[in-house]
Each structure stands twice: as structure tokens, then as C-alpha cells.
Design a protein around this ligand. Structure first.
Ligand code: FES
Length: 140
């Protein structure tokens, strides 16, 4: 009986360890967003990442930098959009504003920053390759 228990535990160990390793690694997919030629400076593009339930916005800033964030407002989850006139990410629900450079809230009710989408540009194509959530970051 004891031997059977040990054998069973040993048999399930590699599966359990693999599952735990998979969860802690948090592998994110590499997803094509857009060809850079189709996104002029000052404009934005809405996409989903890492899956269809997670809306995000890519901004091609006037200085040429690219920034992307999950665009669910950190206040009450309304959709945040890019305002090229104000050069800010704006939440229309309660007039929340976020910095496009950092994702930090800069005005209105939001207190937490937008999750940053990590980007890669290869051969003129922009890809999402990961996501960073910095817990506990407060208003800048
Ligand atoms: S939901 Fe965005 S400011 Fe309230």
C-alpha cells in the first residue's frame, strides 16, 4: 500500500511540476499588430492582445516612438482611446487621462497605470510580444 502511494506520487510529479512551471513562466504569444507603413505618426490602432478578450491600443507617437497598452481603463474598465490633439490616452467615461509615454494616470479617477504591451518591430511589421503589469504603481 505504501509502495503504491509512492509510485503514484512519483508518477504524477513531472506533470505537476510542468504545470507549475508553465504558470509561473507566463509565456505570451507573439502577435502581428500592423505594418508600420499603415500607421502614420500621430495615429493609433486598436487590436487585441494576448487574446480577443483583451483590447489594446497601439500609438505611433509624433516623435516616432511606438507605445501600446491594454486599453481597459483601470478605473471601471471603459475603453481608453488615443487623442492625437491632446497627445494623451483618454477615458471618456469619467474623464480619465493617461500618459502615452508611461501609461500612468495623470488626471481623473484612475489610480493605476495601464498594462504595457511589449512591442517588437521586424521588417517593418509591429508585433506584440508580451505584457507588463506593474502592480502598485500610483499616479505619476
Ligand atoms: S472608467 Fe475610466 S475614468 Fe472611470
Amino acid at each position: 500500500m505504501v509502495l503504491a502511494g509512492i509510485t503514484m506520487s512519483a508518477a504524477t510529479l513531472p506533470f505537476s511540476a510542468g504545470t507549475l512551471m508553465g504558470k509561473t513562466k507566463e509565456a505570451m504569444p507573439r502577435v502581428k499588430i500592423i505594418d508600420l507603413k499603415d500607421l502614420p505618426k500621430g495615429e493609433s490602432f486598436v487590436f487585441n492582445y494576448p487574446d480577443d478578450s483583451q483590447p489594446a491600443v497601439l500609438v505611433h507617437m509624433k516623435n516616432g516612438q511606438l507605445k501600446a497598452y491594454n486599453n481597459k481603463c483601470t478605473h471601471l474598465q471603459c475603453g481608453v482611446f488615443w487623442s492625437s490633439e491632446e497627445e494623451k490616452l483618454v477615458c471618456p467615461c469619467h474623464h480619465g487621462f493617461f500618459s502615452v509615454e508611461t501609461g500612468h494616470p495623470i488626471a481623473g479617477p484612475p489610480q493605476r497605470e495601464l498594462p504595457l504591451i511589449e512591442l517588437e518591430v521586424k521588417s517593418g511589421t509591429v508585433y506584440a510580444v508580451g505584457r507588463k503589469v506593474r502592480h502598485g504603481a500610483e499616479r505619476a
